[in-house]
Design a protein around this ligand. Structure first.
Ligand code: CO
Length: 136
């Protein structure tokens, strides 16, 4: 399996509006769009930089994966997302390497993309998201 792009780097924040404003003041890039992803308990803002995005991520409630992350670690990088053409094939390749997966089958994420998370135990303590975009 070989990703063709870094789709996004996700940064968990407490206050999405404040983070968007501050990111814009410091780095001059404004979000392309914001989206509530109820299923994952997050609201996200996507800021285009080159061919990739910075995803600012805030939980909708404390008792969600990102809520618990913020509680434990504070604000910071939450995951890195690799774009793949065929998410089932990518998951099968990872499984054959013995990589621990969070999601064995894809689910629907922001932009209607199909996504799946690879457990941080698989590589360098880093949560990796696989993204198969809807238009692929
Ligand atoms: Co993501």
């Amino acid at each position: 399996m070989r990703p063709y792009n870094v789709d996004h780097v996700a940064i968990a924040v407490h206050d999405l509006d404040e983070a968007i404003d501050r990111h814009q003041r410091l780095f001059g890039a404004e979000p392309q769009w914001r989206e509530l992803v109820e299923e994952q308990g997050v609201e996200e803002a996507m800021i285009a930089i080159g061919g990739s995005y910075i995803q600012l991520l805030t939980p909708t409630a404390p008792d969600t994966p990102v809520g618990r992350f913020l509680d434990k670690y504070g604000e910071g990088v939450h995951h890195i997302a690799y774009a793949v053409h065929d998410i089932e094939e990518a998951l099968a390749d990872l499984e054959s390497e013995g990589a621990r997966l969070v999601d064995e089958t894809p689910r629907v994420g922001g932009r209607g993309a199909r996504i799946a998370f690879v457990h941080p135990a698989a590589f360098a303590g880093t949560l990796i998201e696989l993204v198969e975009l809807a238009h692929d």
